[in-house]
Design a protein around this ligand. Structure first.
Ligand SMILES: NC(=O)c1ccc[n+]([C@@H]2O[C@H](COP(=O)([O-])OP(=O)(O)OC[C@H]3O[C@@H](n4cnc5c(N)ncnc54)[C@H](O)[C@@H]3O)[C@@H](O)[C@H]2O)c1
Length: 267
């Protein structure tokens, strides 16, 4: 028996990195998957996003585990398209039990180099995109008689991570959004929780921040230091938390900030 046997889970940002890891962990534990990723650049974010090949690779790996999968290239900023694809896939797969709002982007720089465009893009993807994912899932979770919304925040959703103001604000916003929905949806037996990882090596990168900390702002480095003696954690460590929140083991856990942060937020 898998820990999420027979459940259907929506995962956004599933083409690579932690989204792929969540999808594969859930599939290995018995879930069928609905996978979404933009598979295209996000301006003005300075590093490449996934391609369609990456999403196809995640979908193929889910199939290879013997689970059913529906996948599409969709921007989480397009709430209507996301809801439409979710509804189509739910009709095919026979319901929905959980959604992992994982798609996210980051920009970095000092206060005087951060632009309005940075702000709008990061909030649009990381905050309204999470909202759109919840809204796409909620009707199906209500129909199911309950479910789990798992919103991926960050250590930056708990502490004041510098040189990434829009990102830090967006990840704090995910907490407020989730707490609010947790109250509103409790009567429908829908649980809403956030997950707060410390650094994980993925395609997400912040070259400007590293450059600043290596040159003029070394004083800010300790804010990013984990308490436990590790520089970074693995995507699988975060997927274990996602699996727990998707499973019935967490059936009375709601409104929680689940930190998988090697202690960085207690420093
Ligand atoms: N990597 C870290 O150190 C770290 C730490 C804490 C939290 N997080 C969070 O974890 C989540 C996953 O990040 P990751 O590290 O795997 O990054 P990643 O860049 O490797 O993966 C993110 C995925 O999201 C997709 N994506 C981006 N914008 C999208 C959009 N508008 N619509 C649909 N898909 C979109 C990308 O194409 C990519 O496949 C993010 O929410 C991120 O903020 C990351």
């Amino acid at each position: 028996m898998g820990r999420v046997d027979g459940k259907v889970v929506l995962v956004t940002g599933a083409a690579r990195g932690m989204g792929r890891s969540h999808a594969l962990k859930l599939a290995a534990e018995g879930a069928d998957l609905i996978l979404v990723d933009i598979c295209a650049p996000v301006e003005p974010v300075p590093y490449p996003m996934s391609g369609k090949d990456d999403l196809d690779e995640t979908a193929a790996a889910v199939s290879a585990l013997g689970r059913r999968v529906a996948a599409a290239a969709i921007d989480v900023r397009d709430g209507a398209r996301l809801a439409e694809f979710t509804a189509e896939s739910v009709a095919t797969l026979g319901g929905l039990d959980a959604a992992v709002a994982n798609a996210g982007v980051i920009t970095s720089g000092t206060w005087d180099t951060t632009t309005a465009d940075d702000w709008r893009t990061v909030l649009d993807v990381n905050l309204i995109g999470v909202w759109n994912t919840c809204v796409a899932a909620i009707p199906h979770l209500i129909e199911r008689g309950g479910g789990s919304l798992i919103n991926i925040s960050s250590a930056a959703g708990i502490k004041g991570n510098p040189l990434t103001s829009p990102y830090t604000a967006s990840k704090h916003g995910v907490v407020g959004l989730s707490r609010s929905l947790a109250n509103e949806l409790a009567q429908n037996s829908i649980r809403v929780n956030t997950v707060h990882p410390t650094g994980v090596v993925t395609g997400m990168s912040v070259p400007a921040m590293h450059e600043l900390m290596a040159t003029t702002r070394g004083d800010l480095g300790p804010i990013y230091q984990n308490a436990l003696p590790v520089q970074v954690i693995e995507a699988a460590d975060v997927s274990n938390a996602v699996l727990y929140l998707a499973s019935d083991e967490s059936r009375f856990v709601t409104g929680t900030e689940l930190k998988v942060d090697a202690g960085v937020t207690i420093r």
